[in-house]
Write a protein that binds this ligand. Structure first.
Ligand SMILES: NC(=O)c1ccc[n+]([C@@H]2O[C@H](COP(=O)([O-])OP(=O)(O)OC[C@H]3O[C@@H](n4cnc5c(N)ncnc54)[C@H](O)[C@@H]3O)[C@@H](O)[C@H]2O)c1
Length: 459
């Protein structure tokens, strides 16, 4: 075992926890991923990933000698030096982030810590500001209840995660920065040790996840825990705002005959703006932007500090779904009874995550207007069947059967395989060849030449 290798437990083996645990085990640490979902753990023990992420099963198998899975955190944390919390922080009805699972995890962890030892407890979940203090308090209380007051040393640190689903392992191994929020040198040291292989890029890349060309070493941003917690919210709010901004401009482009993709290119070349997150479309979704922007809004309300830009970003995003339905309504002269085929269900390509997906929002709006919905997704159909049995939709095995006799197609998720579709074949099989390209994936000229009435976003 290398002297730099850390014994650690990751509590919560979801998108963030599993990716973190698997990558850190690959890099040489000894990792146990604990999750209270027994089905997830059973699957993981068989070498299968419960989530769709490029390279996950390959890296799991390469890391297998140093990677274990467990159902009960209290049984495995005792021998660890570092415990990382990566459980979910969903939205409360008020919009605030629900810290219930973080606190529950903190209690369970404290229940398994051993007297005479010291631990670093790292909060990786995206949490309301001040959660570090709250977690420290919950741990102290639990230890006191066990009669271990002052007998276990626990240092709480913050380490927000910036991975994107669909490229989660890539982002973990080759991040643009690592942020740690610490209030003592020991926590800073162990976190630096944890991330050293990434900070110095000393590892051999897994075959399916080569190091990007011209990749430069990521900076370690070391700050206080409160600022680290805020960095995560500010980052997500800013990215959401960028997308909502270009979507607002897209609406104006449609009115004046400009092409938003040209406008985005023209402004994105300015290094102060940058080209990323300027793709107009149906708006953002996923497990993070919607809940994190709502949480920032709720934080502003609680603190008497309005979050006007964040609020506008949320409003623009909701409007974006409705606009798409209105445009379909106009093109089809009413959607009631029309057969509409939706390409893509996941909130973005590369993942089977359906949380707050624009596609599902659109489907619900169209079902309310009594359209008949057919859907296709390369990986997320099973998830949709399981998680949304209430949706009255027809699952199609391929895009061509989806298009057969349909009145319109909606491209809702820009899976790369959809770019290669034979547009002529699709349009020829439809009753009315209308294509709402909700992600501006297709070339409008080619789509029109293939027989479609093409409707893009902002062009
Ligand atoms: N998904 C992302 O892209 C992303 C990116 C950055 C940050 N985050 C943040 O990371 C956190 C986790 O997000 P996620 O998407 O990985 O969530 P997830 O829902 O995919 O996974 C959470 C896991 O935690 C488990 N869990 C809950 N309580 C537990 C407990 N007490 N003990 C053991 N396991 C427990 C659940 O069973 C689940 O498997 C959230 O705060 C999220 O905002 C997510």
């Amino acid at each position: 075992m290398s002297p730099d290798s850390i014994h650690m437990v990751v509590v919560g083996a979801g998108y963030v926890g599993l990716t973190t645990g698997v990558c850190l085990a690959y890099l040489g640490h000894h990792v146990t991923c604990a999750d209270k979902d027994p089905e997830k753990i059973a699957l993981l023990k068989r070498g299968k990933s419960p989530i769709h992420e490029q390279g996950m099963e390959e890296v799991m198998s390469l890391a297998a000698p140093r990677l274990a899975f467990a159902e009960r955190a209290p049984e495995v944390v005792g021998d660890a030096d570092l415990v990382l919390i990566a459980v979910g922080t969903p939205c409360k009805p008020s919009g605030q982030a629900d810290n219930r699972y973080v606190e529950e995890a903190a209690r369970e962890i404290a229940a398994g810590l051993q007297p005479g030892r010291s631990y670093t407890l790292v909060v990786k979940s995206t949490v309301p500001i001040g959660t570090n203090r709250r977690v420290a308090h919950v741990v102290e209380q639990t230890l006191a209840d066990r009669g271990l007051n002052g007998k276990v040393k626990v240092r709480v640190a913050s380490n927000p995660e910036f991975l994107s689903e669909g490229t989660a392992l890539q982002n973990m191994l080759y991040p643009d920065r690592i942020v740690i929020g610490v209030d003592n040198p020991e926590s800073a040291d162990i976190l630096r040790q944890l991330y050293r292989p990434i900070l110095e890029q000393t590892f051999d890349p897994p075959p399916s996840l080569p190091r990007p060309t011209a990749y430069s070493l990521p900076p370690l941003v070391t700050t206080d825990p409160i600022s680290a917690e805020m960095i995560k919210y500010a980052a997500n709010a800013f990215l959401s705002m960028k997308i909502s901004f270009i979507n607002e401009i897209a609406g104006l482009c449609e009115k004046v005959g400009a092409d938003v993709t040209e406008v985005a290119r023209g402004i994105g070349l300015d290094p102060r703006i940058g080209p990323r997150f300027l793709q107009a479309g149906l708006g953002w979704g996923g497990s993070c932007f919607p809940k994190d922007t709502k949480a920032l809004h709720a934080m502003g309300e609680e603190l008497g500090e309005p979050t006007l830009l964040v609020d506008a970003s949320i409003a623009v995003n909701q409007h974006q779904r409705q606009r798409a339905v209105d445009r379909l309504q106009d093109a089809l002269k009413g959607v009631r009874g029309r057969v509409i085929g939706v390409l893509g269900l996941s909130f973005k390509p590369g993942t089977d995550d359906l949380r707050e997906s624009a596609s599902l929002d659109l489907i619900r709006l169209l079902l309310e207007r009594e359209a008949h919905l057919r859907v296709h997704d390369p990986v997320a159909m099973e998830q949709a069947r399981t998680l949304h049995p209430d949706l009255d939709i027809e699952y199609c095995s391929d895009p061509y059967s989806l298009a057969q006799g349909a009145d319109a197609l909606v491209l809702a998720t820009e899976w790369p395989e959809y770019r290669r579709l034979d547009l002529g074949r699709l349009s020829a099989s439809m009753r009315t060849p209308v294509l709402l390209d909700g992600r501006n994936l297709f070339d409008p000229t080619a789509a029109r030449a293939a027989g479609f009435t093409y409707i893009g976003v902002g062009r």
